[in-house]
Design a protein around this ligand. Structure first.
Ligand SMILES: [Zn+2]
Length: 365
């Protein structure tokens, strides 16, 4: 039963909303991020990125497994561990290569995309399944619980109150980790805090060719953002302009420290009182379906899979997994029972021969 005053208030609010939101005549007036956030699973279409990183959607997305031998997916409550299969594959490869070559003890993965991509709160991009935030913190030797994954933070890389990297937290492994990511030909660019870019410019010796792909940007003090190239076979996505030639260790980087983060000078206020013009309040306009490629409506309303398990990325999914999910769950536990010891050795052996074997389920915390 709905009480009358409540009903009237509801009608009133709906009327107000009708006035404030543009009526596009197709039932898509509300912010697109709300529509996409309401879809818990991807579509079963073949994988394709549509549109641009900041204006698009994703068909046939797959999830990064919550746990793998060399990674853990963070922030499960957000349901943003989705991407184009090629991105998920790349993240897994990064976790293996960085460990093998630079001793980076596994990757903690932050926001990727929503199951069907689309605009997402807190990010301008991450819309087409080709972007991923990777923490600048190594995976611990244990599994985080689900609660920890929602509350634990990454490492703040800057010296307190400055835009420069804290030398007490920066390591050569950080450099190797970023170099690994930037060196993949499928990677278009990485975004890092300008202080991190400066650290690389100041300290990287030998091969510096990969530095050009590392782009300084606001935020990114405790994670870097990995963007895959929009290329043939990934869908109808729009390419971003190529990064400028060179390492980027130049005037464009200096700008951040000379202008953007320059200490503010104290200016004595003049005694004459000047009437200030009233600033117009900026009304934030959220993207609606009208801003996205038309095909995104098909993606939004497309059929979903039978289960979550069926859309968790498994490399060479036709093949039987070499290690059962139970074995990995036991191996990931802290138990020292004979069964756990045996499972650990099986998983260890298999991972070294079949490096991309992943569990389909998160081991219990
Ligand atoms: Zn990002």
């Amino acid at each position: 039963m709905i009480r009358k005053p409540l009903l009237q208030t509801g009608i009133f609010l709906a009327a107000i909303a009708g006035i404030l939101l543009p009526d596009t005549g197709d039932g898509y007036a509300q912010p697109a991020r709300q529509l996409f956030a309401a879809k818990p699973l991807p579509t079963t279409q073949s994988p394709a990125a549509y549109g641009f990183y900041s204006k698009g959607c994703l068909a046939g997305g797959v999830a990064l497994a919550n746990d793998g031998p060399t990674w853990q997916a963070m922030r499960p409550s957000r349901n943003r561990r989705w991407g184009h299969p090629k991105l998920v594959e790349l993240i897994q490869q990064l976790s293996i290569d960085a460990k093998r070559n630079y001793g980076w003890n596994g990757v903690l993965v932050g926001d990727m995309s929503q199951p069907r991509g689309g605009p997402v709160s807190g990010h301008a991009s991450h819309q087409i399944g080709l972007d991923a935030d990777i923490w600048l913190r190594q995976m611990p030797n244990r599994r985080f619980s689900q609660q920890e994954r929602n509350t634990t933070s990454s490492t703040w890389m800057l010296k307190k109150g400055t835009p420069y990297v804290d030398n007490n937290v920066w390591t050569k492994a950080h450099e190797g980790f970023l170099k690994t990511a930037a060196s993949y030909k499928q990677v278009d660019r990485l975004f890092v805090h300008p202080g991190i870019k400066k650290k690389l410019c100041d300290t990287v010796r030998g091969d510096r060719s990969w530095l050009g792909k590392v782009r300084p940007y606001w935020g990114h003090q405790s994670h870097f953002h990995m963007r895959m190239k929009c290329q043939a076979g990934l869908g109808k996505c729009k390419k971003q302009a190529a990064v400028p030639a060179g390492t980027g260790c130049d005037k464009s980087l200096d700008w951040w420290f000379k202008v953007a983060y320059a200490p503010k000078k104290k200016i004595k206020k003049p005694k004459i009182i000047v009437k200030k013009k009233k600033k117009k309040k900026k009304v934030r306009r959220y993207k609606t379906m009208a801003d996205l490629p038309r095909v995104c409506r098909v993606v939004l309303n497309g059929p979903g899979p039978v289960s979550l398990a069926s859309v968790i990325y498994k490399p060479g999914s036709a093949a039987k997994p070499a290690v059962s999910t139970t074995a990995i769950a036991i191996a990931a536990s802290t138990s020292d029972s004979p069964a756990a010891k045996a499972a650990k050795s099986v998983v260890k052996k298999t991972i070294s021969t079949d490096r991309l074997t992943v569990p389909t389920q998160r081991p219990k915390p």
